[in-house]
Write a protein that binds this ligand. Structure first.
Ligand code: SAM
Length: 289
């Protein structure tokens, strides 16, 4: 009870945790998790390791996709009694392609304050390193896996003028890149962020056409189809470029070759400058003597 005799209501903290590198844990996240009465976690075993590392002894309550609906009344009761609950997911920001939204909505509806504790989010990390426009962007999460819904989402993306962020599972990466190339156009630029903040972090940038070729074969670590991936896709209007004729491209290739640059190097350079497929430019260069 407070001085006015009203029951003190608790707070739900929505706490972001690292997406791979524990150094990305914030001081505030550690303090909030330590001070909370309970931590609502997507996977208590997984979060248990993080808590152990930061010497946090707060008890956990499991709260995941399959039991969230059942857990909500129990968590609301604790909050209404004045307890503080911290919501975490396995990695990154809860609610972003992760459980948490129904609990957050239920708290708001019940007049319980919801306080964000910002931190890592794979979508934002990939966006800021993509090199693509950050003026306006949209978050798609995981595309529907198949059927009408997938086609409809892909067609919508073809029209979207904003930079688009997608999450994808490693075994679906090449299929999704191929489907994107087929719908939004193979010359659209894409940044593929793999294993952000972790040992094998890599950010690949190029056209969708080159992405399909590149990611269909193993890379230097032989890890092409392993790891966690974010795709950042250039927006539709930004992707529109003035048509460059083959004749103009051949002239530019010849000028470089005349300077002593090899055909493959000249093709690579021009493909990058004009954001074209390397294969396409190289094939054109074979017409030159
Ligand atoms: N809530 C998380 C966040 O804030 O980013 C996202 C959770 S979602 C279930 C997991 C997906 O996020 C992965 O399949 C991958 O697409 C992306 N992801 C998470 N961590 C990543 C990382 N370190 N590098 C690249 N992508 C990552």
């Amino acid at each position: 009870m407070n001085q006015e005799g009203e029951a003190k209501v608790g707070t739900l903290y929505v706490v972001a945790t690292p997406i791979g590198n524990r150094e990305d844990m914030t001081f505030r996240a550690v303090r909030v998790l330590k001070e909370a009465d309970a931590i609502a976690a997507e996977d208590t075993r997984h979060t248990g390791q993080l808590l152990k590392h930061f010497e946090i002894q707060t008890p956990q309550i499991s709260c995941h996709q399959h039991n969230e609906a059942r857990r909500i009344p129990e968590l609301l009761e604790k909050l209404q009694q004045g307890q503080t609950i911290a919501l975490v997911s396995d990695a990154g920001t809860p609610g972003i392609s992760d459980p948490g939204v129904p609990l957050i909505s239920a708290c708001i509806e019940a007049g319980i304050s919801v306080v964000p504790v910002p931190g890592a989010c794979a979508a934002i990390a990939a966006l800021v390193a993509s090199g693509l426009s950050l003026a306006r962007f949209s978050f798609e999460g995981f595309l529907p896996v198949k059927g009408k819904e997938r086609r409809a989402s892909l067609e919508q993306l073809a029209q979207d003028s904003r930079t688009v962020v997608l999450y994808e599972a490693p075994h679906r990466l090449v299929t999704t890149l191929t489907d994107l190339a087929g719908t939004v156009g193979e010359m659209r630029s894409v940044a593929i962020a793999r294993e952000l903040t972790k040992r094998y972090e890599a950010i690949w940038r190029g056209s969708l056409a080159d992405a399909v070729t590149q990611w269909s074969q193993p890379d230097e670590y032989g890890l092409t189809l392993k790891g966690e991936f974010v795709l950042v896709l250039e927006g539709a209007i930004a992707a529109e470029k003035p048509e460059l004729s083959d004749a103009q491209l051949l002239r530019e290739l010849q000028a470089l070759i005349d300077q002593g640059v090899s055909k493959s190097r000249a093709s690579r350079q021009l493909a990058q400058t004009h954001r074209l497929s390397k294969r396409q430019v190289y094939e054109l260069s074979l017409q030159l003597g």
